[in-house]
Design a protein around this ligand. Structure first.
Ligand SMILES: [Zn+2]
Length: 497
């Protein structure tokens, strides 16, 4: 007879499932209609997942991927072969109606501010970001949320940063680029901000993400270039960690804005000077990039970190997508921040698709998927650790529901938060559907988000704050559950064909 515990792990209690009679026969009897996956608990800590795998070179149907107890990906190949090769492992077979993807690498966030809803005054009237930050050209300034970078003496910072990371994890992001890391949750890209290094434990990858490379007043820096006083005042670019990959904000303004355009030239000149090393370079936003500048992006191997929703919400335009494609510029996607950008990466996919459709650019689903996986990892030099389902990489993975008949990459880039079935971070399930939690016997170890029918399995001891405390302090923040009420619009009406 099989052990009760073993049976319970396979058969979620709420299922109308067959009575099992002996362990030997069970593996043939566990399929259940209406369920996304079947699960067999094994004796080892290894897990074999079966699904359609999204790889850089193409999708593998009936694929299998091994998650090792170290939190890394083991073999990748056929599920049947791997299930046979790892008989002691647990087997989670989700073939047929799911896709398995690397978790999203969101290259551009500002976690310390990204808890806030847009200012009600937000309108797409600005020409350069200094219009709304500084009130340049007598334009209406927008409210910038209070800075919530981690401070161990201020519990609110801890709660809000955790909340923002959980919101991204919920929708499949496993790596976040930008300052404002919180340990124990999403993997972070950036450099510690806190002078005492209190936030250092949050960063897996050191990357320079300078938001103000031309100081906080680029208009003044480029006054000469732009013909205001005839003398260039451009100072050296702020690049305090020249040994690291560099992903600064550059050219965030309309194409017609001289300062925004001059920033791009100055940055590309800087990259050309620096480009003797194997250092990776990206440019965040770069909305103002013109045709010749795109050619230089390609030539200098600079990735453009695209944030279409935030661009459209503030400036009424975004990058010249067709030109960027024409010149073969590598694009990566990022959400920017909740006051003007997408609340999660699935919303950013949706906005990027809307832009492409409106201007008539044929944007392949796989190319869009690459912008949130391998391209983003390449942009900042972490492409040998994340962004692919590949042996030795971090097991940061997302399992998504796939509509029947839909292309595998389309399933990923058209997914809604409700389609995210499981998110693994470091090989551990972080968010998973309630049914899955019951199947995998995780329901007693994890927090139930009842309204969303999901379980959260974060290690709050490592995070250093309880779930209850997080809940109490985040009642006014953008919710984590994929609810996009109040999100800035992705208005493509004014984009021409
Ligand atoms: Zn930004």
């Amino acid at each position: 007879m099989c052990k009760v515990d073993f049976c319970r792990r396979i058969v979620a209690p709420f299922l109308m499932l067959i009575v099992l009679s002996g362990c030997g026969a069970e593996k043939q009897q566990i399929t259940e209609t209406g369920m996304l996956c079947t699960y067999e608990s094994g004796a080892s800590d290894t897990l074999v997942i079966g699904s359609t795998l999204l790889l850089v070179d193409g999708a593998i149907s009936d694929g299998g991927l091994v998650v090792l107890s170290s939190g890394r990906i083991g073999d990748v190949g056929s599920f049947d072969e791997l299930a046979t090769a790892f008989p002691e492992a647990s087997h989670l077979d989700c073939r047929g109606n799911t896709v398995l993807s690397p978790g999203w690498v969101n290259i551009h966030e500002h976690q310390a501010y990204s808890y806030a809803f847009p200012d009600p005054k937000l309108k797409a009237v600005y020409h350069h970001r200094e219009d709304w930050i500084l009130g340049r050209n007598d334009m209406l300034q927008l409210a910038v949320p209070d800075d919530q970078h981690y401070n161990p003496d201020v519990p609110m910072t801890h709660a809000l940063l955790s909340w923002v990371e959980l919101r991204h994890l919920y929708a499949g992001t496993t790596t976040l680029g930008g300052s404002g890391a919180m340990r124990g949750l999403a993997r972070n890209i950036g450099v510690p901000r806190n002078a005492e290094g209190a936030d250092a434990a949050g960063y897996t990858f050191a990357v320079g993400t300078e938001v103000f490379p031309f100081t906080r007043n680029a208009t003044e820096q480029f006054a000469g270039v732009c013909g205001v006083d005839g003398v260039s005042k451009l100072l050296a670019i702020n690049d305090s960690n020249p040994e690291l990959a560099f992903a600064p904000h550059v050219g965030e303004g309309r194409k017609s804005d001289c300062t925004a355009s001059a920033e791009i030239d100055a940055y590309l000149d800087y990259v050309a000077e620096q480009h003797t090393s194997r250092r990776r370079f990206a440019a965040v936003h770069a909305v103002a990039t013109g045709p010749e500048q795109f050619a230089r992006f390609a030539e200098l191997d600079v990735t453009l970190a695209w944030a279409p929703r935030s661009n459209l919400a503030l400036y009424g335009e975004t990058i010249a997508l067709q030109e960027s494609q024409h010149h073969g510029v590598r694009l990566a996607l990022g959400t920017d921040w909740s006051p003007s950008g997408s609340f999660n990466m699935l919303e950013e996919f949706s906005c990027a698709r809307a832009v492409a459709d409106k201007i008539g650019v044929a944007l392949d689903d796989r190319d869009l998927w690459l912008m949130a996986t391998h391209n983003a990892a390449y942009a900042v030099g972490i492409d040998e650790a994340v962004g692919q389902l590949k042996q030795g990489y971090y097991a940061d993975i997302v399992l998504l529901r796939k509509q029947e008949g839909k292309d595998a990459y389309a399933a990923a880039v058209n997914a809604s938060a409700a389609d995210v079935a499981i998110v693994w971070l470091d090989g551990k399930p972080t968010f998973l559907e309630s049914g899955m939690a019951a199947q995998m016997d995780l329901d007693s170890d994890c927090v139930s988000l009842t309204a969303e029918d999901k379980f959260l399995c974060a290690d709050f001891e490592t995070v250093g704050i309880t779930w209850e405390d997080i809940l109490v302090m985040t009642t006014d923040a953008v919710p984590i559950n994929g609810d996009t009420t109040g999100q800035a619009p992705c208005n493509v009406d004014h984009l021409g064909k």
